[in-house]
Design a protein around this ligand. Sequence first.
Ligand code: SAJ
Length: 421
Amino acid sequence: MSFETISVVGLGYIGLPTAAVFAARKKKVIGVDVNAQAVATINRGDIHIIEPDLDIVVRTAVTEGYLRATTIAEPADAFLIAVPTPFKGDHEPDLSYIKAASKSIAPVLKRGDLVILESTSPVGATEQMSAWLAQARPDLSFPQTLGEASDIRIAHCPERVLPGHVLRELIENDRIIGGLTRKCSEAAKHLYQTFVKGECIITDARTAEMCKLTENSFRDVNIAFANELSMICKKLEISVWELIRLANHHPRVNILQPGPGVGGHCIAVDPWFIVSKTPDDARLIRTAREVNDSKPTWVLDQVRLAIGKFLQAHPSKTAKDVTIACLGLAFKPNIDDLRESPSLEIAVQIAKNHPGTVLAVEPNIEQIPERLNGLAALSEIDNALSLADVVVLLVDHSPFKNISKDQLSSRQVIDTRGVWA
Ligand code: SAJ
């Protein structure tokens, strides 16, 4: 079993780093993406996404000739599919990108090839992908019909890396590998051992699919618990930050931190893949999603209350005279990633509804996001604080931790992250 040429389909936040680490192990890597601009960028040795150190690894891989990108699939010994799996309609998983990726590689598949689905997927998606491939290539045999003797090997190996730490986690994390047969799993394990230093653990495809969904649902449920506590504590006039700190002194309690809601592409999406398959049973998982999704609305209520309090203390002023500073727009601390960010959503809603000035502070970006353009101004921390009557802290970026009590005094402060608690 040898994999000399590896094709990675989908060159985004997971596919590109994965392609780059294979290339760094001197494998010939063909990256495939439908985005011609991204392909051109990569072939120049540049990157189109933001991830620490990825630019250096990609540049080296391209310059040394190990990584090349293209819009049309080419023959390879192994194919890794790392395309998005968003949801559509009422939180139903959208597998259309996996279907399109399967169609794109089917014509170049040959006997002995390995196809791995890396995209986070609902249970059954790997079997579905295999069925799509079989449909497109009736001349080849697949595990669902020929088992261990099949021409093509199929496995699911979910990515589990943390944005911002992708290159380290890709190498160090353990991998769960679920083949449609044992031989499929063994082949995939052999491939990942090219660069993975963590353990490569074999299971079946459905368990591997569910494992990834379970990890992110576990985190979502735990964040929902913290978020629910924050709303309860507000009513009971208790500091949730102190409460959690104290409760976590118990040797078997480890509560996560409340925030303005759950953002990003993963934790706010994946639990729905469990709910949509088993709606009657996944009650806690669904409720956790609803609790976390409702948190931005709760924060907006707190902002309204704070404006009210400010106006009560300044009877000569109207809402038009109130300046609000929103601190942080990213979906989590110390990154510039605004995708599915509850903080950005809250800032947009404030800016749309507040008749006075709204200042957005986001130290990790240089341009006001499109959704805030014309509604709010991007401002430096000190400037925003000197002008603000109401301060809404939305992300615990490191620079916000240095803000002094003086800079906040006589302002209404909503600290959704407990930075100044
Ligand atoms: N958050 C809180 N409170 C907390 C922790 C997180 O409100 O105590 C919020 C964050 O602010 C953010 C959201 O949750 O808005 C998600 O952030 P995160 O750091 O928990 O996770 P992601 O989405 O960046 O990455 C997750 C990781 N999964 C787990 O930790 C179980 C990562 O390992 C996965 O690879 C990734 O999802 C993925 O791609 O699925």
